[in-house]
Design a protein around this ligand. Structure first.
Ligand code: ADP
Ligand code: ADP
Length: 228
């Protein structure tokens, strides 16, 4: 499903963030990406949804070869890869409904289809009753649920979450984790970068530990801990 071979990423300031990385992730897996700050986790993740391109090497996501993907085709990739961020990134001037619908309108779906799906995903995240609210009227946990609803609205095969619980209190974080588990159980591949050791150690999944731009450990049902 996702395959990186001999990937390097050097930024324009000369920093090498990814330094010869190989990995393969199958459809339906739940993978944690852990590692110290600056290890290259975000860069790794950004290359999966083509926010960054590798300097060298190949990145395949489904049938897409990202290094050859024309900018015009990026929306087609993003239909298959949903993304959730630590700071939610909801559009502040749009309602909950509009935030989720917007992600679908970009792909030119018909209005009836959009309405049905928006209400369906808001129901799934437990916030159908908040459709008319604006992001700043919601708690952090609720905002993250909306961001997740938006990310899965187009039924992506992969959901990428970069520190999704980083701004949330522990109890709220567990709720988000349950939601991600539920989405994974429906067959969506989940790739989650996190510093939340409690979650990683309690809800066991494959762990990719990134250090110095490489996979330092790749462990099925692994623990959070890393060497440096
Ligand atoms: P580019 O990397 O193509 O120059 P960006 O807008 O990503 O464009 O970044 C502009 C500059 O800001 C980078 O060249 C880099 O020097 C710096 N920069 C941005 N993000 C980071 C970061 N996370 N760590 C270190 N430097 C950064
Ligand atoms: P992590 O997510 O593990 O903290 P990152 O992928 O954000 O790691 O960063 C890896 C290295 O690349 C760091 O040294 C960081 O400063 C640098 N970096 C990240 N983004 C940029 C950027 N846009 N421009 C320049 N350097 C960057």
């Amino acid at each position: 499903m996702i395959e990186m071979s001999n990937v390097y990423k050097k930024y324009s300031n000369g920093i090498t963030a990814i330094n010869g990385l190989d990995v393969r992730i199958e459809q339906g897996e739940f993978v944690y990406v852990v590692g110290p700050s600056g290890a290259g986790k975000s860069t790794f993740i950004k290359m999966i949804y083509r926010e960054e391109l590798p300097t060298k090497g190949t990145v395949k996501v489904g049938e897409f070869e990202l290094e050859n993907l024309k900018p015009k085709k990026i929306p087609y990739l993003r239909r298959h890869v949903g993304v959730v961020f630590q700071d939610f990134k909801l559009l502040p001037r749009l309602t909950v409904y509009e935030n989720v619908a917007y992600a679908m309108q970009v792909l030119e779906k018909n209005p009836k289809q959009i309405q049905k799906r928006v209400l369906e995903v808001l129901d799934l995240v437990g916030l159908k009753h908040k459709v008319r609210m604006f992001p700043n009227e919601l708690s952090g946990g609720e905002q993250q649920r909306i961001a997740i609803a938006r990310a899965i609205a187009n039924m992506p095969r992969v959901l990428i979450a970069d520190e999704p619980t980083g701004n949330l209190d522990p109890e709220t974080a567990w709720g988000i984790m349950e939601l991600l588990e539920q989405i994974n159980n429906q067959g969506t591949t989940i790739i989650m970068a996190t510093h939340n050791s409690e979650i990683v150690n309690r809800v066991r999944h494959r762990v990719l530990a990134v250090e110095n731009g490489r996979i330092a450990r790749d462990q099925e049902g692994g623990e959070y801990g890393y060497e440096i």
